[in-house]
Design a protein around this ligand. Structure first.
Ligand code: DAH
Length: 358
């Protein structure tokens, strides 16, 4: 019995001394493992006389239980201490200001999209979105492109493999199909802008197979060409941050608007720089017009009750013009140095109160 007392004292001392989980595990294996001291003693019970076993059995079982409990208690204490240490070392001060240089830069396309959204939000427009993969109906037919009309070819469309019924899905060639989706889903008055990706099979210094547009649509009982001009003039003044920008509307053709126009803004080239609001040169920046009655009908709206106007503009092109970026292909080259140079501060999103792009 004195042996057992002594063994217990020794083991308890070792348990107390174990100062990490690995050391404690070693003590456990040495005591209670298959070949541990306590286990070996238990095994020897079989060879004892019945009297000796009667005395030693309960004594050894008690020892085993107490040592097991002591190890468990120590293990819990060590785990608590490890957690406390981790919490202390990983403590973060949530009141610290962020480090802008670690946040990266906002891409000019995202920046300009946000600028456009900020301007039109202030005029009461909502943002609408639609799918990149479209069907022929939304991208062309409902927008009054006649079947086999060359206007469909103009778009250099990426088509998917034909389905069993012969119809082909396509990558939308413009954001105009979202006009259709919106008019079919909600009742006028409608005042939306539609930012999104668009696709055409084209690639050179000013064209990439994927590019970005923002579409605008206003449908109401009284929405006329004067509203269209006023809205777009207000937009370009705010966007380019010049009060005396000159604009002109040139007649044009789009199947989905009648009359249709392209809007130009006046500029002057000084060396490599383009200055808006001065000079005698004109630059086209968007297409627009009054929504064609057929388009309204295709969406279930009565052209005698409703009318409206729409426009579409290239975000990438607006970004190039506003921020003097020479080659469109660089937008999509994933070059971190380019982004460092042309990108924007993520902590300073565009808004009309503090300024658009700085
Ligand atoms: N969808 C035309 C394009 O991609 C742009 C456009 C022109 C959109 C006139 C319009 C519009 O809504 O009225 O070339």
């Amino acid at each position: 019995m004195t042996d057992i007392k002594q063994l217990e004292t020794e083991l308890v001392t070792k348990i107390d001394a174990a100062n990490d989980l690995a050391a404690l595990e070693e003590v456990r294996v040495g005591a209670l493992g298959k070949k541990g001291v306590v286990s070996l003693q238990m095994k020897s019970l079989g060879k004892m006389s019945p009297e000796a076993r009667k005395e030693m059995g309960p004594a050894l079982n008690g020892l085993k239980a107490r040592i097991g409990d002591a190890i468990e208690a120590k293990k819990a204490a060590l785990e608590d201490a490890a957690l406390d240490a981790a919490l202390a070392s990983e403590k973060i001060d949530v009141t610290l200001p962020p480090r802008p240089e670690r946040l990266g830069k906002i891409h000019p396309v995202s920046q300009v999209t946000e600028e456009i959204v900020a301007i039109f939000s202030a005029m009461g427009f909502d943002v609408a979105e639609g799918p990149d993969i479209e069907d022929d109906f939304h991208n062309f037919t409902a927008l009054n492109f006649p079947e086999d009309h060359p206007a469909r070819e103009m778009h250099d469309t990426f088509f998917f493999e034909p389905k069993e019924d012969g119809s082909r899905m396509l990558l939308r060639t413009h954001t105009s199909p979202v006009q259709i989706r919106t008019m079919m889903a909600q009742k006028p008055p409608i005042r939306i802008i539609i930012p999104g990706r668009t696709f055409r099979c084209d690639s050179d210094q000013t064209h990439t197979p994927m590019f970005h547009q923002v579409e605008g649509l206003v449908i109401d009982k009284q929405a006329h060409m004067g509203h269209l001009k006023g809205t777009l003039e207000a937009f370009v003044k705010t966007f380019f941050e010049i009060d005396d920008v000159k604009t002109r509307f040139r007649p044009h053709f789009f199947p989905f608007t009648e009359p249709s126009a392209e809007m130009d803004i006046g500029y002057e080239r000084v060396g490599n720089e383009i200055r808006f609001g001065q000079g005698d040169d004109w630059m086209e920046i968007l297409g627009c017009g009054m929504v064609h009655p057929n388009v309204l009908k295709n969406c279930g709206l009565d052209p005698d009750e409703y009318q409206g106007f729409a426009w579409g503009m290239g975000v990438d092109r607006l970004a190039m013009l506003k921020y003097g970026i020479p080659d469109l292909r660089d937008f999509f080259a994933s070059d971190a140095r380019w982004l460092e140079h042309y990108g924007f501060d993520p902590l300073d999103p565009p808004n009309l109160a503090t300024g658009l792009g700085k």
